[in-house]
Design a protein around this ligand. Structure first.
Ligand code: VG1
Ligand code: CO
Length: 542
């Protein structure tokens, strides 16, 4: 039986960088999740009888919303739902399932790198048939719909048993509960030389992967310990917990400090890695060296041909605007395309679909390729392992050789989290006002060459996205970028991205913050960070 339930719009359902993210209690308001899900369906056309993929990162409230989404999919006329066992599907695995089984689209329940639990974060994101996050045209339509929604449709049947793999017919719609890991692991075996990696590990190479009590645990156990033969215990915190064990599942140097310290110690394993809440981010640390995500993107792109999935080379590289230009130098040398997009994976979809880019990346620890349409944490780890196995060198050697060949892009991001929203907006608008007068201005020894508010012109669908970050470019190629986060749920987060290019190999061993000190000071001055936010120092430095 299908019920039509009257509802009232909520004014705050605008999707951000990656779907709608709010605190759990916000989602628990009457009809809040239902309104958003119905608005998704109302913004789509042609899904009658088709398949919808549903899964999430296992965080608190995941199962409840999955049950709602299944019943609403049935009421709205989907023919089939594929859902991960236990409600689990990592973001890249969901993308793979959508593509592999030619589903109409998918609903991914995650707040990614944000904490989970009864008072923490939850999120809902819609992915289209190519497996990627819905483009802005669709997310804008969803938002418009949420503002006027009057009712939603839901079918009246008992909850699905999410813990048993199998198929159920629920009043005309098939619900298929699938193994969340199997298809993903098979795809990884196609792309990478598992034999070579297994061999490396059998020769004593030690790897350590921290799943941060989030979604990658079951994937990493299966892939690293079972298929690649890493000793038991190589994968840590492998049990997905609804509150991630109280940790912040963001794989950066602050929240993975323990792993970092271990990797810098005398008895460090050869390779350390971690992923985030929903499995699309990666942290790579070699023995004695942290690999900046922007460098990792460049190194993976430069060496991808060593993995079977990319042995014919790559067509092009795409990076988000705030990501360092390290990848640009690889593209230039190889004579392949390089694309600069706004922050957020949804902007890569068109380039990947058009075959213009093969590898994409963001400074925020996101790297991926055309194998799915999301960034993919374990993919990045496996590509690193494949490269290490073929080259037979250490991470630190590979990175330093890369710098010697291409030069080094010193890079850091400073985040000011939980800043007063008005103060943050004021800071950005003041910067915007200053833009026309900045060129030629001096900050210490630095002279501003150009300054703008980044706008992206999508070369495929010709859409334009404005206001994607304030860029201050200095003479000599250094730059600072300012933007506000679109994934946070408490106040505002100011992100300051700082970059300097250094071609001289004798100057490649400076501590990053020191190498960037004058730019950091200039960023302070230009944006009046302290005066406007009251903050002396960033909350997170990556
Ligand atoms: C952040 C990152 C961005 C990433 C997004 C989603 O967005 O900067 O690069 O694509 O998170 O990542 P923002 O708007 O907060 O800067 V995930 O792993 O949270 O889905
Ligand atoms: Co994520």
């Amino acid at each position: 039986m299908i019920k039509t339930i009257p509802t009232k719009p909520y004014a705050d359902q605008k999707p951000g960088t990656s779907g709608l993210r709010k605190k759990v209690p916000v989602f628990q308001q009457p009809n809040y999740a239902e309104n958003f899900i119905q608005s998704i369906f109302d913004s789509l056309e042609g899904y009658q009888g088709k398949c919808l993929v549903i899964g999430g990162d296992g965080r608190f409230y995941n199962r409840e919303v999955i049950q709602k989404a299944i019943k609403m999919a049935a009421a709205n006329g989907f023919g089939k739902v594929m859902v991960g066992k236990g409600g689990i599907l990592s973001t890249p695995a969901a993308s793979n399932i959508i593509r592999k089984y030619k589903a109409f689209g998918g609903i991914v329940l995650s707040a990614s790198h944000n904490p989970g639990g009864p008072t923490e974060d939850f999120g809902i994101k819609y992915n289209i048939g190519n497996g990627g996050p819905a483009p802005e045209k669709i997310t804008d339509a969803i938002y418009e719909r949420t503002k006027v929604i009057e009712s939603y449709k839901i079918a009246d049947f008992a909850d699905i048993n999410l813990d048993r793999i199998g198929r159920e017919d629920v009043g005309g719609m098939i619900v298929s509960v699938i193994d969340p890991v199997e298809d993903y692991a098979a795809l990884m075996e196609e792309l990478f030389d598992f034999g070579a990696i297994r061999n490396l590990i059998s020769l004593g190479f030690r790897l350590c992967f921290d799943a941060m009590s989030a979604v990658t645990g079951p994937y990493a156990k299966e892939i690293f310990e079972i298929r690649l033969g890493a000793p038991g215990g190589s994968v840590r915190n492998f049990l997905p917990l609804p509150d991630f064990g109280g940790h912040h599942p963001d794989p950066n140097l602050v929240y993975c400090k323990e792993l970092y310290d271990e990797m810098m110690g005398d008895d460090a394993p050869d390779f350390g890695a971690a992923s985030d809440g929903d499995g699309d981010r990666n942290l790579i640390i070699g023995k004695g060296i942290y690999v900046t995500p922007s460098d990792s993107l460049a190194i993976l792109a430069a060496n991808a041909n060593l993995a079977p999935g990319y042995s014919h080379g790559i067509a092009g590289i795409a990076r988000s605007m705030p990501t360092s230009g390290a990848a640009d130098r690889v593209a230039e040398k190889r004579g392949i395309g390089i694309y600069e997009t706004p922050t957020g994976w949804k902007f890569f979809g068109n380039l990947l679909d058009a075959g213009m880019a093969t590898i994409c990346g963001e400074e925020s620890s996101g790297t991926g390729s055309n194998h799915v349409r999301e960034k993919d944490g374990l993919w990045a780890v496996l590509l690193w392992l494949n490269i290490l196995a073929v080259r037979g060198e250490s991470v630190i050697d590979i990175v330093t050789q890369h710098w010697a060949t291409y030069g080094r892009n010193y890079y850091s991001r400073h985040d000011y989290e939980g800043v007063d929203t008005e103060a943050a907006n004021g800071l950005i608008s003041a910067l915007r006002e200053k833009l026309p007068t900045l060129a030629g201005t001096k900050f210490g020894d630095l002279t501003v060459a150009a300054a703008d508010d980044f706008a992206y012109h999508d070369p495929v669908d010709k859409s334009v996205s404005q206001h994607q970050g304030i860029r201050i470019l200095f003479e000599g190629g250094s730059r600072v970028v300012f933007r506000l986060s679109g994934t946070g749920t408490t106040g505002a987060t100011l992100r300051v991205y700082i970059e300097r290019y250094e071609p001289d190999p004798t100057r490649h061993n400076i501590e990053t913050q020191e190498a960037l000190a004058d730019l950091i000071a200039a960023a302070q001055d230009i944006a009046e960070i302290k005066g406007r936010t009251g903050r002396d120092a960033p909350t997170v430095i990556t």
